[in-house]
Write a protein that binds this ligand. Structure first.
Ligand SMILES: [Zn+2]
Length: 492
């Protein structure tokens, strides 16, 4: 039957290309068809066509159960006005089994088992990504993994298989299969290689189909030991100093994927370990479940937003309050009150560095006096890719580069090359660079006067190293490349 269907589409396409009207072409094919079953299907299409002049709709309305991918391809050809050449492509796709002619239970079952999480995990083991992107293209689906912060293409599927994969993943996370035109969010918890993996799923309807993004949260592998997070002794000392204050507010900042949430959890975990303290959090979402912490999940539909969460936590006698993210002035002002009434408040902000965190707070409408009284410290961070030690190449620092980056002229640094063990990227793994700012009297005064230049100079010149300086330090130690540091900090 598969051959029969392919021949049919080829014949229709050729007749159409010769200027024969569709109805006429179908009549001729009907008369010439010998196979009884197929003849009745062609008649069915012919009759639908007399009522509905669209070829794809006629196929859909006919008694034959054509596969969604076949119908989709025909509709796309029709929409683009290329039924003549398009139907030839469809015939080829059918012959090469790229698409199925009919929707068949048995066929979908086989593909179902392969094209789901099993398929993704087979790719996953080789690459260990932090995010998985399933991207619809006009005629295919592309699978991309975020590895060391950058998106890398790892596989390409036919449109048909891509749609199957998306459907199966939606099914695994109990999302509505019949909704394809609205965004949906979900979660899948799986055991893989004896590790518990949490996959946070978001489905976005795009013009080319549903795009699925999976964020991989590995609960059993998360390291929350300050000694292992801060490999630099100076960073560790500054972190310990910040979290040993009895009350006030500490913000952990950085762009998406900079690891700020992990650093926040490390701090929260340190307090939870001291069993004499009551630690509560309001989060959206709860990324990791921490023993000893009363974690509350934001539920805006029932009115439990960040502000309501902080208010109810305050009634439960807390010592340390963790707020997932500072999103607006109302939340900051509640956190401020909490901090000034003898609690320690920890939170995150989505900003580039210490200076821009203060600017952002002013921007969302917090007055400079509140910022200066509430804040005790800021920790900002960025992840820089580490050079692959197997393929990095040495180079000598030129005069211009030496001047611009405070390096020694003629000294040796390394740049990325690419080999099999680093997927030809030149980098393996990432290392965090931090910027700490303790809000002492001097900084408080500058914040109150909105003296941004003063704060910038203070970060640059005082005992604190800026993140860019830390990045250049990594270049000196041959742990990262100058290109990578420029890529990360060109805006700063
Ligand atoms: Zn390499």
């Amino acid at each position: 039957m598969k051959e029969q269907v392919a021949i049919f589409f080829r014949q229709v396409g050729r007749s159409f290309a010769c200027g024969v009207p569709l109805l006429k072409a179908l009549e001729t094919i009907y008369l010439e068809t010998e196979d009884v079953n197929w003849k009745s299907i062609v008649l069915d299409i012919l009759e639908s066509m007399q009522i509905e002049p669209s070829f794809s709709l006629a196929l859909k309305n006919s008694g034959a159960n054509f596969s969604p991918s076949l119908l989709g391809m025909v509709q796309a050809c029709e929409d683009n006005g290329r039924l003549d050449s398009g139907l030839e492509d469809i015939a080829k796709a059918l012959e090469e089994s790229v698409i199925l002619p009919f929707f068949e239970e048995s066929d979908t079952k086989d593909i179902d088992e392969e094209m789901g999480l099993t398929y993704l995990f087979a790719l996953f083991d080789k690459n260990q990504p932090s995010d998985i992107h399933i991207l619809p293209q006009s005629e295919s689906y592309e699978i991309k993994f975020r590895i060391n912060g950058l998106l890398v293409s790892v596989d390409r599927l036919s449109k048909d298989l891509g749609v199957k994969l998306v459907t199966n993943i939606k099914r695994a996370s109990c999302l509505h299969l019949d909704i394809t035109n609205l965004p949906q969010d979900g979660r899948i918890r799986v055991k893989h290689n004896n590790e518990s993996l949490d996959l946070r799923l978001s489905v976005l309807p795009t013009v080319l189909g549903e795009k699925v993004t999976l964020r991989v949260l590995n609960n059993s592998n998360i390291i929350l030991e300050p000694e292992r997070i801060f490999t630099n002794q100076d960073d560790l000392a500054q972190f310990n100093e910040l979290i040993n204050i009895p009350f006030g507010m500490v913000l952990f900042c950085g762009p998406t994927g900079s690891g700020k949430t992990t650093t926040l959890y490390t701090a929260v975990n340190e307090f939870a370990k001291r069993e004499v303290l009551s630690v509560s959090s309001i989060e959206d979402p709860v990324e990791y479940v921490l023993p000893g912490v009363s974690q509350v999940l934001v539920d805006t539909q029932s009115g439990l937003n960040f502000a309501a969460g902080i208010r109810s936590i305050l009634r439960s006698d807390p010592d340390v309050v963790c707020v997932g993210e500072v999103r607006n002035e109302e939340v900051f002002s509640l956190m401020n009150k909490t901090a000034l009434t003898g609690h320690l408040v920890l939170s995150t902000m989505h900003t580039a560095d210490c200076l821009s965190t203060i600017e952002k707070l002013l921007e969302i409408g917090v007055d400079s006096f509140s910022i200066s009284t509430a804040l005790s410290g800021l920790v900002c961070q960025r992840l820089v890719r580490s050079l692959c030690t197997k393929c990095m190449v040495k180079e000598t620092v030129s005069k211009n580069v030496a001047l611009e980056f405070d390096l020694e002229e003629g000294s040796e640094i390394c740049s990325a090359s690419g080999c099999d063990s680093c997927n030809q990227t030149g980098y393996r793994g990432r290392v965090a660079v931090y910027e700490f700012l303790k809000i002492n009297k001097e900084v408080k005064d500058m914040i109150r006067e909105k003296d941004m230049k003063g704060i910038a100079d203070y970060i640059d010149e005082k005992e604190y190293y800026s993140m860019r300086d830390r990045g250049v330090q990594l270049v000196k130690e041959h742990r990262s490349s100058l290109e990578e540091v420029i890529r990360q900090f060109s805006q700063m």
